[in-house]
Design a protein. Structure first.
Length: 83
């Protein structure tokens, strides 16, 4: 049996979640006075943060227009099977 539905697992590597305290616990002397780093590992191609202003899982909404009056288009790429 071949497994084929791994798109959600693969997307976990591409989409990052925001850290609540990227500079460490409140009052921590770690990196005090230094810039806040959003990521502890090097960036890889295709990685980005989730946006709070977009569909969480675009595959479920692919090629379906929004129903709310005055809503902007979801900016789907018609040449991509999954966003």
């Amino acid at each position: 049996m071949r497994y084929h539905d791994f798109s959600s697992v693969e997307k976990q590597r591409d989409f990052l979640t925001a850290e609540e305290f990227p500079e460490g616990p409140y009052g921590s002397p770690n990196r005090k006075g230094g810039p806040v780093q959003n990521k502890s590992t090097p960036w890889k191609g295709g990685q980005r943060y989730y946006s709070a202003f977009n569909y969480e899982d675009k595959a479920f909404h692919q090629n379906i227009p929004r129903q709310d009056p005055g809503a902007h288009p979801p900016h789907d790429d018609p040449n991509e099977r999954e966003q």
